[in-house]
Design a protein around this ligand. Structure first.
Ligand SMILES: NC(=O)c1ccc[n+]([C@@H]2O[C@H](COP(=O)([O-])OP(=O)(O)OC[C@H]3O[C@@H](n4cnc5c(N)ncnc54)[C@H](OP(=O)(O)O)[C@@H]3O)[C@@H](O)[C@H]2O)c1
Length: 258
């Protein structure tokens, strides 16, 4: 185990499984204490115990729905009471949704916007003033490799456009807060083997094209251990054969029959 983050405190959202669990392990393996957040308490507590035992760090599991402002406030307050400060925020909780736009349930838009965009922005707002006072902090955000596609992948345009908006917000925030000693990093993973992709059709039909979380863990380790005057603003971690690289507009288009 390494000690590069010993004495630091990290919050990881969506930490009970998938990429978030892997990232919580990464910060714990570097010696940081971790607050882990997700909605479902059972798996969250199990994962927290596993990480605490394995890396001999303090882990605080907090049930939190990132779509609810009061849950985010509780997450920040309880972390400050337990650990006294927040050095690292890893905004990761997210949900996916695959529909042709005209068939997408209208309530899906709100769920996606509140989880994948507002959840991130609100939580950053709740921690940023303490980081400004401390003149340091690192905010790592799970964006998506799909934001590199133009036009956005078919059937994912609401999900992906919210991630594009998030990516733009984070780039702007980088310029606003860098003079306060705060680092803002966006991670842009390709299609990764998690429960989230397990639910998608076509994209994951060929499992050999999926990547594991290992390269994303390495990217996080890199982002958190570069010299103090360096900020990796964006890191794209794309699998060589990511399904997104297929042409997204077919050459032969069908036109409505008159
Ligand atoms: N997998 C990929 O290919 C891929 C690629 C690019 C980007 N991403 C992004 O990476 C992030 C993690 O994805 P993943 O593949 O690891 O997903 P996952 O395996 O489905 O895990 C999602 C995690 O987020 C939590 N979560 C979901 N909604 C939440 C909410 N409202 N409040 C709090 N926690 C919530 C889940 O726990 P509960 O359900 O118990 O709350 C779980 O811990 C997402 O932001 C996703 O958009 C994934």
């Amino acid at each position: 185990m390494s000690t590069e983050l010993k004495g630091k405190t990290a919050i990881v959202t969506g930490a009970s499984k998938g990429i978030g669990k892997a990232l919580a392990e990464t910060v714990a393996s570097l010696g940081a204490n971790v607050t882990m957040a997700a909605r479902t308490e059972g798996p969250l507590k199990e994962t927290a115990e596993e990480i605490s035992k394995k890396y001999k760090v303090e882990v605080l599991p907090i049930a939190c729905d990132v779509t609810k402002l009061e849950d985010l406030e509780n997450l920040v307050n309880k972390t400050k009471i337990k650990f006294g400060k927040i050095d690292i925020l890893i905004n990761n909780a997210g949900v996916s949704s695959q529909y042709p736009f005209h068939e997408q349930p209208i309530e899906d838009f709100e769920r996606l916007a509140h989880t994948n965009y507002l959840g991130y922005v609100r939580l950053i707002r709740l921690v940023i003033n303490d980081m400004i006072k401390a003149k340091s902090g690192a905010i790592i955000n799970m964006v998506s490799g799909s934001t590199l596609c133009d036009p956005l992948p078919r059937n994912f345009i609401v999900y992906s456009s919210l991630k594009v908006g998030l990516r733009a917000f984070l780039k702007g925030l980088f310029w606003e807060v860098r003079d306060h000693g705060i680092k803002i990093t966006s991670l842009l993973p390709g299609v990764t083997d998690t429960d989230l992709t397990g639910k998608l059709k076509e994209v994951t039909a060929d499992a050999s094209r999926l990547m594991t979380t290992e390269a994303i863990e390495n990217a996080l380790r890199f982002a958190l251990t570069v010299p103090a005057n360096v900020c990796p603003l964006e890191i794209a971690i794309i699998n060589q054969q990511t399904p997104w690289t297929k042409p997204v507009i077919p050459f032969k288009q069908e036109h409505p029959k008159k």
